[in-house]
Design a protein around this ligand. Structure first.
Ligand SMILES: Nc1ncnc2c1ncn2[C@@H]1O[C@H](COP(=O)(O)OP(=O)(O)OP(=O)(O)O)[C@@H](O)[C@H]1O
Length: 134
């Protein structure tokens, strides 16, 4: 099998993979919609750079985990399309990546929002002040 591609082709294939994932995976569409909603909230609340970094990091983990989960599901369907308890365990465990990522992402976002309105509860503003980004 011929394998060697230049970097532009590899990038093109990766973008194609991403487009297929967004086209075919319903959950990914929902997560992308949520991501744009978070971006809108961030713009409205005028997030600081450190808040943007936190939101982008946690959102990317959610999107990546959803893509990994979809890949695992497809591999399992390819290897064994029949109902099988082992396939079930693998798919359920794979779905837990997404669950954990979404759960922590929501918690992180709520902390950022609460910190905006009740800064004295989490006291993040003082911690953020100590972080030098430049
Ligand atoms: N071949 C199988 N054998 C046993 N259980 C399966 C099998 N295929 C799917 N399941 C069960 O159905 C669940 C959903 O799997 P499916 O491949 O249909 O993903 P999906 O509907 O795209 O779900 P998700 O929302 O996680 O993307 C799995 O987590 C598993 O519990």
């Amino acid at each position: 099998m011929k394998r060697s591609h230049n970097i532009y082709k590899s990038f093109y294939f990766a973008i194609m993979g991403l487009l297929i994932a967004f086209k075919e995976e319903r959950n990914l569409k929902i997560q992308l919609t949520m991501f744009f909603l978070l971006l809108a909230i961030g713009l409205i609340l005028r997030f600081k750079p450190i808040e943007w970094i936190i939101v982008l990091l946690s959102s990317s983990i959610v999107i990546v985990s959803e893509i990994i989960n979809s890949v695992v599901e497809r591999i399992m369907d390819y290897i064994n399309p029949e109902f099988d308890d082992r396939v079930k365990i693998i798919k359920d465990m794979s779905a837990s990546f997404v669950l954990i990522a979404c759960l922590f992402s929501v918690i992180i976002f709520l902390i950022l929002i609460f910190n905006r309105f009740f800064p004295y509860i989490f006291g993040l503003n003082n911690s953020f002040k100590d972080i030098k980004l430049t």
